[in-house]
Structure formats: structure tokens, C-alpha cells
Design a protein around this ligand. Structure first.
Ligand code: GDP
Ligand code: IMO
Ligand code: MG
Length: 415
């Protein structure tokens, strides 16, 4: 069985925790879009690991991790991540494959992303060069992982690109130009180390499918950050929805058997852009504190607010999701009342074009006081917590099949 795990809000739903938990039943974990903008957290015992580009199911010993063609790949972030992970499990390097088709995130992409964010009306990106790298990809001038193994071609493409990027840096942004020799030298070193890991992911995965291997597709970001269907322009530059998995690795659309939506028990967002259920009073502050809502990649405080069923219904539709893995329910413990947005003042359904004007209409139910983080049986949950889950199911028309009640691997209730 092949499944995709997709965030149904604005990212940081807990996909890392969920993929690590589910991955024990899979042979291959594939990232298919995005890059080092992702921060997927996995907690095993006292250890907290944050994955940016490496698929986080890799902590399961028998899994192969694939960084698929739809990703943009930054070798410097990758090696830093890999070196840290190898301290936990030295076999990880042998189990990671990188698509030859991935576009490279180059130093000038990062520089331009940073300068744009700092000097213009930025959208609050992670400053990892993601948008600028995808611009070059779709502008058909990008450098790919596979190009690194043809030094002459790489050098020619790089020089061509850099001469133009340096003009932009100097003339528009009044910044220092970058040296092509330094970049060429640096990428030659990367190429040597990357060579054994680079594959044609389309061939690798189609063979795996024929051999009846089980594949988990690990979505990054969230549906509301999707380049087509998110709150544009306050989105990321890739296809974060389940359909992105097919185009992101080059397998047929019929090979994904199920899509699991990861949903936080409340809502968060990092960076700018509309967020109808945002609460900038006490509740938002409490959620940020109790949920430790600070970016895994940038450390930025996350904007917080109640659960918005309209957003999740919209996202579920775009992904063909029927079941939810609900995360961070434990964070709500201690609230007198729990609110859930069920519709909007002027509309029943979420509409990204109207997102700035949507004011949620809330239903409110009594909260629960108990610490639920040690509970593993659904029937042991306080009645108010079970009622809240029922309310979510009712207003999203989705089934909650798993409930996460803590950051650790075992803190899961199977319903
Ligand atoms: P991702 O980007 O979707 O993988 O999510 P992040 O890792 O950026 O953010 C989720 C945060 O919540 C991480 O710090 C996780 O360790 C933590 N987390 C995940 N699930 C739970 C949960 O059920 N309860 C609590 N308290 N924390 C959780
Ligand atoms: P994970 O996978 C939350 C947001 C940024 C910004 C917008 C564009 O951990 O859920 P980008 O750097 O991609 O050009 O930034 O997207 N963003 C995320 N928000 N979680 C993420 O990843 C994100 N990746 C990007 O904050 O608003
Ligand atoms: Mg994250």
C-alpha cells in the first residue's frame, strides 16, 4: 500500500511525528516537493531531531529515504543534516537517495530570497532560497543535481546564470556579487560526496512498486500554502497537495492508495498572509506557549488560533482526504472552553480569494482539565475531549482515526 501524508492547514501540523510513527510499516519514505523550508520534528525519547530535506521516516532502520524530483535541493543544508543524523544512526547515509532531477538551491537563490525579504515587501519566507530556485526551474534556466556530474556543462550553466544574478544583486539590490569560482569549487566537492546517493527516482520507485514495496509520501508545508490553491501570494512555490506526489516523483496517479490528512487540534501559521481564525489575544498567546509554537526551521513565533473546520474541509477536498491524524490534542488541556470555527460570517465555505474577509463563526464546548498525554486508549480520554473530536468529525465530514497526544513516537491513540 502506498500512502501520502499531507498537512491540511498552513504547515507544521505535526507531519514529522506522524510520518515517523507510520513509517514502521513502509519500505520507502519519499519527499516530493519543497526543500529546506520544511522543518519536520521527530522526538524519540529525550532526543529531538529536526528534518529539513531528509525524509524523517529514515529513523526506522529498514527504510530507504528518497528526495524526489519535485524537491529543490540544497547540498550545504543536506550535509549538515546528514552529519547530525549519522551521530544517531551511521547507516542513514547508505539509505538515502536523491533524484538526479532535483533542482539545486544555489547560494544566489538564498541571497536573493534574503534580500527580498529584508528590503522589499516580503511574504515572510523561510529565507532558504526556495521561491527563487523554483523561479529558475520554471524559467528553464535552473541547475539540477544531475548536472553536477557533467563539470563542463555545470560550469557553463553556472557562469551564465551567475552573470545575470550578479547583475540583479548589484544593480537592483546594491549587494556584493558572488564569485563563480568559489561556487564551482564548492559544488565539485558536493558532487563527489553525493554521487553514490544520486538516482533516477522514477525508475527506482516504479521498480519498487512492481516489487510491491510500500511507499509513504511525506508532504511538506501544508495545503493552504500550495502554489495553486493556497492563500496566494502568501504561499510556498511548490505543489503541497497530494497530487504533487505524482508529479514530484514521476509515478502514475493510480499508485497512491490513500491520503492521510494531518491536522492540528487548533490552527497555526508562520509568515504573512490571511488567517481567518487567528487569535491575537490571550488564547493565541496561550496556544503558542502551551504548544511551543515556534518555527522548527526559523525559530519564528507561529501565529495561533482556534481550529477552523472550513479550512480543513477545503483542504480535504483538494487532497481527496477521508481520514485525519489529529495532532496536539494534549495542548488544549486546561482551557475552560474550546472553540471551533464551523462556517464564516458571509459564507459557509473557505474561499482563498476571500480569505482576508472571512470571520469564522464559532461553536464552543466545555474544555478538559486532565493531562491526556499518557492516555493510549480512546475510551480513557475525558468526555469533553471525545466530544471535541466528534465536533471536528461532524464539521469536517472526516474521520479521525489517530490522535496524537504528545511529541513522542508512542504518544498516539488509535481510534
Ligand atoms: P511538521 O512541519 O508538520 O512536521 O511539524 P513541526 O515539526 O514543524 O511542528 C510540530 C511540533 O509539535 C513539533 O515540535 C513536534 O514535536 C510537536 N508535536 C507533534 N505532535 C504533537 C502532539 O501531539 N503533542 C504535542 N504537545 N506536540 C506535538
Ligand atoms: P513544514 O514542512 C510552515 C511558509 C513560510 C512563508 C511561505 C513561503 O515544516 O510544515 P518559502 O520559504 O517556502 O518560500 O516561504 O511558506 N512555509 C512554512 N510554514 N511550515 C513549513 O514547512 C513551511 N515552509 C514554508 O513561512 O509564509
Ligand atoms: Mg514544520
Amino acid at each position: 500500500m502506498n500512502i501520502a501524508v499531507i498537512g491540511l492547514q498552513w504547515g507544521d501540523e505535526g507531519k514529522g511525528k506522524v510520518v515517523d510513527y507510520l513509517a514502521k510499516d513502509f519500505d520507502i519514505d519519499v519527499r516530493f516537493q519543497g526543500g529546506a523550508n520544511a522543518g519536520h520534528t521527530v522526538r524519540v525519547g529525550e532526543k529531538e531531531l529536526i528534518f529539513h530535506q531528509i525524509p524523517c521516516g529514515i529513523l526506522n532502520k529498514d527504510i530507504t529515504g528518497v528526495i524526489g524530483a519535485g524537491c529543490v535541493f540544497d547540498p550545504s543544508v543536506f550535509f549538515e543534516e546528514l552529519n547530525n543524523l549519522k551521530k544517531v544512526d551511521p547507516t542513514i547515509e547508505e539509505r538515502i537517495k536523491i533524484s538526479q532531477f532535483c533542482h539545486l538551491v544555489m547560494p544566489y537563490h538564498i541571497m536573493i530570497d534574503r534580500i527580498r525579504e529584508e528590503t522589499q515587501q516580503g511574504i515572510g519566507t523561510t529565507k532558504k532560497g526556495i521561491g527563487v530556485a523554483y523561479e529558475d526551474k520554471y524559467g528553464r534556466i535552473g541547475l539540477r543535481v544531475g548536472d553536477m556530474f557533467n563539470p563542463e556543462r555545470f560550469e557553463k550553466l553556472l557562469k551564465h546564470n551567475l552573470s545575470r544574478k550578479n547583475l540583479i544583486l548589484m544593480e537592483i539590490y546594491r549587494a556584493e556579487p558572488l564569485s563563480d569560482n568559489e561556487i564551482i569549487h564548492q559544488f565539485r566537492e558536493y558532487a563527489d560526496r553525493l554521487r553514490p546517493m544520486v538516482i533516477d527516482d522514477t525508475a527506482f520507485l516504479s521498480r519498487a512498486i512492481k516489487e510491491k514495496k510500500n511507499i509513504i509520501f511525506e508532504g511538506a508545508q501544508g495545503t493552504l500554502l500550495d502554489i495553486n490553491f493556497g492563500t496566494y501570494p502568501y504561499v510556498t512555490s511548490s505543489h503541497t497537495i497530494a497530487g504533487g506526489a505524482n508529479i514530484g516523483v514521476g509515478i502514475g496517479p493510480l499508485y497512491i492508495d490513500k491520503v492521510i490528512g494531518v491536522v492540528k487540534a487548533y490552527t497555526t501559521r508562520v509568515g504573512r498572509g490571511p488567517f481567518p481564525s487567528e487569535d491575537d489575544s490571550c488564547l493565541g498567546e496561550d496556544l503558542r506557549k502551551m504548544g511551543k509554537e515556534f518555527g522548527a526551521t526559523t525559530g519564528r513565533p507561529r501565529r495561533c488560533g482556534p481550529f477552523d473546520a472550513g479550512v480543513v474541509r477545503y483542504a480535504a477536498r483538494l487532497n481527496g482526504v477521508e481520514e485525519i491524524f489529529l495532532t496536539k490534542l494534549d495542548v488544549l488541556s486546561g482551557l475552560d472552553k474550546i472553540k471551533i470555527g464551523v462556517a464564516y460570517n458571509n459564507k459557509k465555505d473557505f474561499d482563498p480569494f476571500l480569505a482576508e474577509e472571512l470571520n469564522p463563526i464559532y461553536n464552543e464546548i466545555p474544555g478538559f482539565k486532565e493531562d491526556i498525554s499518557m492516555i493510549r486508549d480512546f475510551n480513557d480520554l475525558p468526555e469533553q475531549a471525545r466530544n471535541y473530536i466528534k465536533l471536528i468529525e461532524h464539521h469536517t465530514n472526516l474521520q479521525v482515526n489517530f490522535i496524537s497526544v504528545g511529541p513522542n513516537r508512542d504518544a498516539v491513540i488509535k481510534k
